[in-house]
Design a protein around this ligand. Structure first.
Ligand SMILES: C[S@@+](CC[C@H](N)C(=O)[O-])C[C@H]1O[C@@H](n2cnc3c(N)ncnc32)[C@H](O)[C@@H]1O
Length: 213
């Protein structure tokens, strides 16, 4: 699969399922204290003031949570339908369309980067390029938070919510992702894995890493 193939199929998938996805996940954070703790820790490490990008923000629910913690956060996503929901539901926040693999942002311009379940459609051999892009836009000392499902085999979502689309959700081992982050130049700050809740099939990983000073 070429670069544009996986990016295009991801965009088409989320454009198709956006409203259903937003409805399904709207209130999930409220019932997820461990996930909120990860976001709280990230927010405290980043501190107030500098810009923070929620890359692959989807409907903006997590962007809004980071905003509620006092961060100067904006969202970016591939999917126009996701962005339309984000702008409708979070009218006070800024959302832009683009690919996190090629960010239209200056070097060292961000205090924080979050990728909350958004790297899960990027093939593993493209992760070095993705992490190099995250590192490029972060200022020295800036922090990255990345969340993903733990596992070895992809989960194929075929006809999600009854729609005629298909996409693989890639699972990873935290050790693999840590190695790739360190290979890109990040320093690991925290590695957390929690057990699945009753609605989940896998353990969930949350890595916080820092761009060295
Ligand atoms: C599983 S959803 C997570 C959305 C959001 N972070 C949340 O937790 O509600 C994955 C999102 O990542 C976006 N995404 C995937 N690859 C992307 C890329 N290369 N650039 C920008 N967004 C991307 C998708 O369009 C989708 O909205």
């Amino acid at each position: 699969m070429t670069d544009s193939d996986f990016v295009t199929s991801t965009r088409v998938f989320y454009d198709t399922v956006a409203e259903d996805y937003a409805e399904r996940f709207r209130d999930v954070l409220t019932a997820s204290p461990v996930d909120r703790a990860m976001l709280d820790a990230f927010a405290e490490l980043v501190g107030r003031g500098g810009a923070v990008a929620d890359l692959g923000c989807g409907p903006g629910r997590v962007t809004a949570y980071l905003d509620s913690l006092g961060l100067s956060v904006f969202g970016l996503d591939l999917s126009a339908s996701m962005l339309a929901i984000a702008r409708r539901e979070q009218p006070g926040l800024r959302f832009e369309q683009g690919s996190m693999l090629e960010l239209d942002m200056a070097d060292s311009s961000l205090a924080g980067v979050m990728s909350w379940y958004s790297s899960i459609h990027t093939p593993v051999d493209e992760l070095p390029r993705l992490f190099a892009e995250f590192l490029r836009v972060l200022a020295p000392g800036g922090h990255l938070l990345i969340a993903f499902q733990v596992g070895d085999e992809p989960k194929r979502h075929d006809k999600p919510f009854g729609h005629d689309v298909i996409l693989d959700f890639l699972r990873r081992q935290p050790e693999t992702v840590v190695e790739l982050l360190e290979g890109a130049g990040f320093t690991l700050v925290s590695r957390t894995v929690r057990e699945p809740d009753p609605s989940e099939l896998t353990r969930q990983a949350f890595l916080i890493a820092r761009k060295p000073l």
